[in-house]
Design a protein around this ligand. Structure first.
Ligand code: ARG
Ligand code: ZN
Length: 463
């Protein structure tokens, strides 16, 4: 019975796939993410986004366009992009006018001619309007995610669902692509986005800043910022280009949080493997934007960000950015790892006592706040648990495996899944391989269990 059932399932699931070559059908409106079922779209694989934004700093409006090169995963009669707000003016597929419709947060594109399975195509969307933040119940500590226009500056912190508020895209981390940006704005504003500034051109009163991010990037890690920044260029280890953008008159004291960036890159590279991207830096907003975000190669920070936050966002370049979560219920693989990395930095700077202070503080927080499992947070995905209990998973793993197998695990993880996506089971497999131990029960308890076997007493070091 069991076996028969299996056979019929196999037949049923393989039939439509065989038909797909000849029989076009619409791409799915979502990827079935447990917490964000409609984010992302089925039927195609995004390869490259070319984004053009003409920004008006008077009212924060944009005249914009995106050209997305993608590959059809089955024959497509229509397909979706994620988009919230804004006005769509025109859509073209392979240069020919396409019809389009807005259905909730989906832009449904119907090309004049169906697209063949496996074929590459380009969809261009011209649009305009004033982008706004997207409401997201997953992030309790901000009013919304995405594009913020305030006091003469624009910042974008889109994780997890805000990129679709300023550019139509396949807005799910499982579909990484390369990106380029051309941002045009009146002088004397400066624009900053992910990747390398490849060109700046100017007309009489406006300038265009062209950025190219050559490594695959999840949509939530894109960022576009416009303001009157002070730009500091320097070099990190092995000549890595570093660019920092500060608000005008940002105090020297506050800039010190970034002073050890090069040293941090070197330290994390020793622990996790080579820094994964072509450049790095940071951008500081002129107000409290609600924490910071590890946007790829250029994290965005609130005014007053400290060194601990700088270490956290840097560690994300390995954990979250190069290796991205396959879906949002694996967020602890981002936040737990980045938080744990700050404990490693504390240990590097302040010795074992400093490390013990961090684990002790975490122990007390987990107890007092009765933190639930980091692998099962409910829809508030940015819970304290993914950060603190998430980091504690790695601490407990290090205690169990010893330093050699533990750091071997982190390095293998960063190397095997670089530029890709992975989930918790993939991490368990890497840890088992590196240590030769059976670790299912360990991870079941620490990642998915309600109660964790915390040490009875943690030394208090007066934090
Ligand atoms: N990933 C960020 C961190 O480093 C938090 C992002 C929250 N989202 C946002 N749009 N602010 O902890
Ligand atoms: Zn983080």
């Amino acid at each position: 019975m069991q076996a028969l059932h299996l056979v019929s399932v196999l037949v049923l699931t393989s039939l439509p796939a065989q038909d797909a070559g000849s029989d076009p059908r619409p791409g799915d409106a979502g990827l079935g993410d447990r917490y964000y079922p409609t984010l992302g779209n089925g039927g195609y694989d995004a390869r490259h986004y070319d984004v053009r934004l003409d920004v008006e700093m008077e009212d924060g409006s944009v005249k914009a366009g995106v050209a997305l090169r993608a590959v059809a995963l089955h024959a497509l009669s229509s397909f979706n992009l994620d988009l919230v707000g804004l006005e769509v003016d025109e859509v073209r597929v392979d240069g020919a006018d396409a019809t389009f419709a807005r259905e909730g947060d989906e832009l449904v594109v119907t090309p004049a001619k169906a697209l063949a399975e496996g074929g590459e195509f380009t969809v261009e969307v011209d649009y305009h309007g004033v982008p706004g933040v997207v409401k997201d119940p997953g992030v309790p500590f901000v009013p919304g995610v995405g594009w913020m226009f305030k006091d003469g500056a624009i910042y974008t912190l889109s994780e997890p669902s805000g990129t679709r508020g300023w550019v139509p895209c396949n807005d799910h981390p499982s579909d990484k692509a390369t990106w380029s940006f051309a941002i045009t704005v009146a002088k004397p504003y400066t624009a900053a986005a992910n990747g390398i500034l490849v060109e700046t051109t100017e007309s009489e009163d406006r300038r265009t800043f062209r950025f190219r991010a050559s490594d695959p990037m999840a949509s939530y890690l894109t960022t576009v910022n416009v303001g009157k920044f002070e730009v500091e260029r320097s070099e990190g280890p092995d000549g890595l280009p570093l660019t920092h953008y500060f608000p005008p008159e940002y105090p020297a004291k506050a800039r010190e949080a970034f002073a050890r960036t090069g040293e941090m890159i070197e330290f994390f590279a020793e622990r996790f493997g080579p820094y994964p991207f072509e450049c790095y830096g940071g951008l500081v907003a002129h107000f409290q934007i609600g924490g910071a975000l590890e946007t790829q190669t250029l994290p965005v920070y609130s005014a007053g960000a400290d060194e601990d936050t700088v270490a956290h966002e840097l560690a994300h370049q390995w954990f979250g950015n190069s290796v991205s979560p396959a879906s949002w219920d694996h967020l602890w693989l981002n936040e737990g790892f980045a938080t744990y990395a700050t404990w490693l930095w504390a240990e590097h700077v302040g010795g074992e006592r400093a490390y013990v202070r961090r684990t002790g503080r975490a122990t007390r927080m987990i107890r007092q706040m009765e933190m639930g499992p980091p692998g099962d947070t409910g829809e508030v995905i940015f819970s304290m648990s993914v950060y603190v209990r998430g980091a504690y998973v790695l601490h407990a793993l290090r205690e169990l495996l010893g330093d050699e197998a533990f750091f071997e695990t982190l390095r293998t993880w960063a190397e095997r899944y670089h530029d890709g996506v992975a989930n918790t089971a993939d991490f368990v497999a890497v840890a088992e391989e590196a240590s030769g131990q059976e670790l299912d029960a360990f991870f079941e308890t620490w990642v998915y269990g309600e109660d964790v076997p915390l040490p009875e007493e943690e030394p208090r070091e007066g934090d």
